[in-house]
Design a protein around this ligand. Structure first.
Ligand code: PGA
Length: 246
């Protein structure tokens, strides 16, 4: 099935008001490309970015599973939506590892975000040790099965992000990406039936202008989740263009 590609930037804990010019440059250049583009910004920039670039998809990077309450420092899905976000990442490995989030937490976050009306990018990925032990596919499929939201599969994307590839400049072989995405597609179809075939499967981890085209050529790679290379329009736009030209 032909799926429109999605290239989403993940700014992580980067970005001040002075960086809104970079957002504007990305949006201006990405407006007419034949691919979906989004920027998942720090919560502090979402409202200003969403106001500055109406119509462009601004996202958050995490969400709490509850709508409101005594959760100091957290942001809920309705708050993200209220600030102008239209999607959110959940389950990034930096939260799974850094904040101790498990599959059940991530499933609850995804369900809360979808219920509030946000699109969701759900991240999964194996460690170096798991890949070395030959358990990458089994590990990531189990992670996906346990963190997939109970839903109709619409408004959901999944990002395969090997932990050892994030911010390191290393990527899996093209064959390994293809093997993983095919396996994940199988799990999505098992979970959602035909709708699982329409869920976009992104690759993330050291995507750069120099490797984007070969990654996007892999069957079942429907876009990318881009960290470091999404911070500057000069790095991000060639990745967007590589997706649009597939
Ligand atoms: P990277 O990060 O592109 O800097 O490797 C990707 C991510 O963590 O989403």
């Amino acid at each position: 099935m032909a799926r429109r590609k999605l290239v989403a930037g993940n700014w992580k804990m980067n970005g001040l008001a002075t960086d809104l010019a970079e957002v504007a440059a990305i949006v201006a250049a990405a407006r007419d490309v034949a691919t979906d583009v989004a920027l998942c910004l720090p919560a502090t920039l979402i409202e200003r970015a969403a106001s500055a670039v109406p119509g462009f998809t601004v996202g958050g990077q995490d969400v709490h599973a509850a709508d409101k309450g005594a959760h100091t420092g957290c942001v809920s899905a309705v708050m993200l939506l209220d600030a102008g976000a239209r999607l959110t990442i959940v389950g990034h490995s930096e939260r799974r590892l850094g904040q101790g989030e498990g599959d059940a937490d991530i499933k609850a976050k995804a369900e809360a975000a979808l219920a509030a009306g946000l699109d969701v990018i759900l991240c999964v990925g194996e460690s170096d040790a798991e890949r070395e032990a030959g358990r990458a596919v089994a590990t990531v499929c189990a992670q996906l099965d346990a963190s997939l939201p109970s839903c109709d599969g619409v408004n959901l994307a999944v990002a395969y992000e090997p932990i050892w590839a994030i911010g390191t400049g290393k990527i899996p072989s093209i064959d390994d990406i293809g093997e993983m995405h095919a396996a994940l597609r199988g799990r999505l179809v098992a979970a959602y039936g035909e709708a699982g075939d329409a869920v976009r499967l992104l690759y993330g981890g050291s995507v750069k202008p120099s490797n984007a085209a070969e990654i996007f050529a892999v069957p079942d790679v429907d876009g990318a989740l881009v960290g470091g290379a999404s911070l500057k329009a000069a790095d991000f736009l060639p990745i967007v263009e590589a997706a649009a030209s597939r």
